[in-house]
Structures are given as structure tokens and as C-alpha cells.
Design a protein. Structure first.
Length: 230
């Protein structure tokens, strides 16, 4: 894979309390400023917040992702967030997505979406490809495009992998499973964030990348069409 960390990163939930250097934190902030959004017209903010007194179970740092409430906002945050997760992995730091907002001060005027605790890992940062617990390609896709393998390895809420991809003519049509009535809103939100994460993996493996909705995309029973990678 073009990005080697797609095939070996893992979500890390145990951290050392060791603080990061001011130089490294400056580099992370520079990366935050340079990430590519999926939808440039959606306003968002990313706050790097330090936990002053982290417990043995919490991360010493956290990224807060905030966004205006607009169609595509959650996919946008997933897409941006996974770029940062892969970057943190590449510099030896662990991270994971967390839905519940920690009791930390935020200065953003935009609504909170999700956060990413991170820091020096107190557990293995990498895993072997054979250790990924993921559905087979045949369960989540049809057609052939090597980039769908990168999407298959993407993390998702509760490891549900509620996505589906149809490859045809050099394009990848992207779908998410219709939510059930009980879990409607929260499942909608999480599935959209997950789609953004998967799209980030496709983006990382693409020579060129654009994403938009097409009137000609095929329907997939039980799924909602999200957009097409062209």
C-alpha cells in the first residue's frame, strides 16, 4: 500500500502520561492546519487539548473535532480525523476515536462531533495484517478496485463495517447501511463518520481523488448511497 500504516495501525486506548515536547506538539498543530477536507465548503475546527492531570486510563492529549451542522459534515470529520490518526501513528503515537465528549474545556463556537485521545502508547502501536478483524471483500463490495482493500481495513464504530462499495469503470460508488429505527440518529452519525474514515483510506491509495454524488449511481438494497470516488 502507498500508506504503509493503513495495513498495520490499530486503535490504542492505553497511554503513557509522558508529555510530548513542544517541538512535536508544534509539528502536530502544523499537520492539523494542512489536512485535506473532503468538503472544503463545510466549516470545522480541530482543537488540540492537553489533559493536565491524566489518569492511568486516559490519554494526556485530545483532539476535539467540531463542525457546522450541514450535509456531509460527519463524513468530512471522519475523512479529516483519519488523516490525523494515520499521521500520529507514523510518528509513534497512539490514538482512537471517541464519541463521548471528555470533560475538557473547548473554545470552539461550532458543535462538537467527536474526539481523538492520543499520546505515547502503553500498548503495541502496530499489528499484523492477519490480526485485523474485518469482513471479507465479498461481504462489503462488488466489482474490482484495489483501493477497496484499504477501505476494508478502516476502523469503524463497534467494528460494524456498515459500508458497501461498488466498483465500476474506474469509479467506486459508496454506500452505508440503513440504520434501524431504535438507533436511528446515533447510527446515522457514526456510519457517516465511518464512511469518511474509509474514504480517507481510499484517498491515501489514489493517484487522483474526487468525490461527489452522481445521478447515475446504482441502487443497493438496504443501503443509502453516499457518493462516488472518481
Amino acid at each position: 500500500m502507498k500508506n504503509e500504516y493503513i495495513a498495520k495501525r490499530k486503535s490504542v486506548r492505553r497511554f503513557e502520561s509522558t508529555p510530548l515536547s513542544s517541538e512535536l506538539l508544534a509539528e502536530i498543530r502544523n499537520k492539523i492546519d494542512s489536512v485535506k477536507p473532503l468538503f472544503p465548503d463545510i466549516a470545522y475546527s480541530i482543537e488540540l487539548i492537553e489533559e493536565k492531570k491524566p489518569s492511568s486510563k486516559s490519554a494526556p492529549y485530545c483532539l476535539f473535532f467540531n463542525s457546522e451542522e450541514k450535509e456531509g459534515a460527519y463524513e468530512n470529520i471522519g475523512f479529516i480525523g483519519q488523516q490525523l490518526s494515520l499521521y500520529l501513528t507514523s510518528i509513534g503515537l497512539g490514538s482512537y476515536f471517541k464519541v463521548r465528549k471528555p470533560d475538557l474545556s473547548s473554545n470552539s463556537n461550532l458543535p462538537y462531533v467527536i474526539c481523538m485521545p492520543f499520546g505515547k502508547p502503553a500498548e503495541p502501536l502496530f499489528r499484523e495484517l492477519s490480526e485485523f478483524d474485518r469482513k471479507e471483500l465479498s461481504e462489503i463490495s462488488e466489482g474490482s478496485d484495489i483501493r477497496i482493500e484499504a477501505a476494508r481495513l478502516a476502523p469503524s464504530a463497534l467494528n460494524e463495517q456498515n459500508w458497501y462499495f461498488i466498483a465500476e469503470g474506474g469509479c467506486i460508488h459508496c454506500y452505508r447501511k440503513k440504520p434501524n429505527v431504535v438507533m436511528g440518529f446515533i447510527q446515522n452519525k457514526l456510519n457517516c463518520i465511518d464512511m469518511g474514515i474509509a474514504l480517507c483510506h481510499i484517498y491515501e491509495e489514489s493517484e487522483t481523488f474526487s468525490y461527489k454524488k452522481l445521478d447515475t449511481a446504482p441502487e443497493k438494497k438496504g443501503y443509502i448511497y453516499m457518493g462516488t470516488v472518481i
